[in-house]
Design a protein around this ligand. Structure first.
Ligand code: GLU
Length: 458
């Protein structure tokens, strides 16, 4: 958003509206660099919609959408197995309830701070809107580090966290789920404590529940599956398919594992996965049964995968993006794919990149892909399958029903096609054909902004 003469910029007047707003957001949210990055990436693309819809400017929609409705920060004390006491910080940012109850995951990771939760919550507003489901945007978590902790320690932490958080939740108020460091085990402990405190079996208050007590089939697989379904749609719009493509995946958590599974089902060969220690390259294609055994059953590291499989090599202390591929799926965490990685991927002939994680690609790297004509899908579109299936879980809970795997997967596929098509046509309508960042931001923003106009100044 540098100053440029009006004649060179089609939406200079709108950019003049956006620049001081962004400066005020920087001033008011100091040090929250991931939040600044997420806001900037959205605001940069809104010029054309503000030009056509001046009522959004008059109603101060941008100022309002960038300020969370409510931000909670709380103490989480707990004791470890030796009786030593620890104090962590808990967060829940209830960002927007324009389209439905606040909805978004909880992240337990030592890097969590208010800026990270706000970036995730901000992204969630537009992601959730794009799904077409009635869900608002929120996010939460803690700087608690689950690595190396026993089940009993995880349980005590989750119980302490929920002892405070429960008063802010409800199936019509705020509905958390998982994210990094929060999976089925943690959701179980959180749900148990909510139920105990409130004396209510309120199924719809959390999603990602176990299948025997209100959980939905496909929720576990949904983020990774959805990301690959979105990639298949992008390739289809270019007359190609995933069959026979060589794919590099980063990460080895829930999103990565089920992205690998769906890619393999669609005939692609996935040659990499990674964790914070390094990456594995397996030219024969990742043996998913082995990876699941190590990561899901044993909570182990990817280095062990290479120890147990002759075809695989472990490369310590590096990322996967040097490995040549047709399609790249960053599924680890924010800002993991940098400009130099993007240049390498483009040099190696990458055709499509879809973000399974939230904001894994830096803005400079996104620009490299866009300038090279690579199909690039931002996380708020490509990884929306997870939260969309959470909304399907809420539907099943509300009707006390449970759907088959095949039916739920078909619903997910329909939703991903819908998101793809609305990003695609919105980008075209606003003069940036093929630009999924513009399409996702504007399509999500319009839905939320229209609801905010209708609901008055709140
Ligand atoms: N944490 C996931 C996301 O980033 C899922 C949230 C949910 O299911 O509520 O979208």
């Amino acid at each position: 958003m540098q100053a440029t003469p009006d004649s060179a910029v089609p939406h200079a007047a709108e950019n003049r509206v956006i620049e001081p707003l962004y400066a005020e957001i920087l001033r008011r949210n100091q040090g929250e660099k991931e939040f600044h990055q997420a806001v900037r990436e959205v605001l940069e693309t809104l010029g054309p919609v503000l030009a056509q819809r001046p009522e959004f400017v008059d109603a101060r929609i941008i100022e309002r959408i960038c300020e969370p409705e409510r931000q909670l920060i709380f103490r989480v004390p707990w004791s470890d197995d030796s009786g030593d006491i620890h104090v962590n910080r808990g967060f829940r940012v209830e960002f927007s309830s324009s389209l439905g109850p606040y909805k978004g995951g909880l992240r337990f990771h030592p890097s969590v701070n208010l800026g990270i939760v706000k970036f995730l919550g901000f992204e969630q507003i537009f992601k959730n809107a794009l799904t077409g489901m009635p869900i608002g945007g929120g996010k939460g978590g803690s700087d608690f580090d689950p690595k190396g902790r026993s089940d009993a320690e995880i349980m005590r932490f989750c119980q302490s966290f929920m002892t405070e958080l429960h008063r802010h939740l409800g199936e019509y108020t705020d509905v958390p789920a998982g994210d990094i460091g929060v999976g089925g085990r943690e959701i179980g402990y959180l749900f148990g404590q909510y139920k105990r405190i409130t004396n209510r079996f309120e199924s719809g208050v959390l999603t990602g529940k176990g299948l025997g007590w209100g959980g939905a089939l496909v929720r576990t697989e949904a983020t990774g599956y959805g990301c690959v379904m979105f990639t298949a749609e992008m390739l289809r719009s270019r007359g190609e398919s995933l069959d026979g493509q060589r794919i590099a995946v980063s990460g080895s958590g829930n999103v990565a594992i089920y992205a690998i599974e769906k890619a393999q089902q669609l005939g692609a060969t996935v040659v990499t996965c990674s964790d914070s220690d390094g990456y594995v390259v397996d030219e024969k294609g990742i043996d998913l049964a082995l990876l699941k055994e190590i990561k899901e059953a044993g909570r182990g590291r990817v280095a062990e995968y290479a120890e147990r499989r002759a075809e695989a090599v472990f490369v310590p202390g590096a990322g996967v993006w040097d490995v040549p591929c047709d399609v790249a799926l960053p599924c680890a965490t924010q800002n993991e794919l940098h400009e130099a990685d993007a240049l390498t991927l483009v040099r190696n002939g990458v055709k499509a990149v879809a973000e399974g994680a939230n904001m894994p690609t830096t803005p400079e790297a996104v620009r490299v892909f866009q300038e090279a004509g690579v199909a690039f899908a931002p996380g708020k579109a490509a990884n929306a399958g997870g939260v969309a299936t959470s909304a399907l879980e809420m539907q099943q809970n509300a009707s006390r029903d449970s759907w088959t795997f095949a039916h739920t997967e078909e619903r997910l596929a329909e939703i991903m096609r819908h998101i793809h098509d609305s990003c695609y046509t919105t980008a075209e309508r606003y003069g940036s054909p093929g630009n999924y960042v513009v399409g996702a931001n504007i399509a999500g923003f319009e839905l939320v902004a229209d609801a905010m106009l209708a609901q008055g100044l709140i």
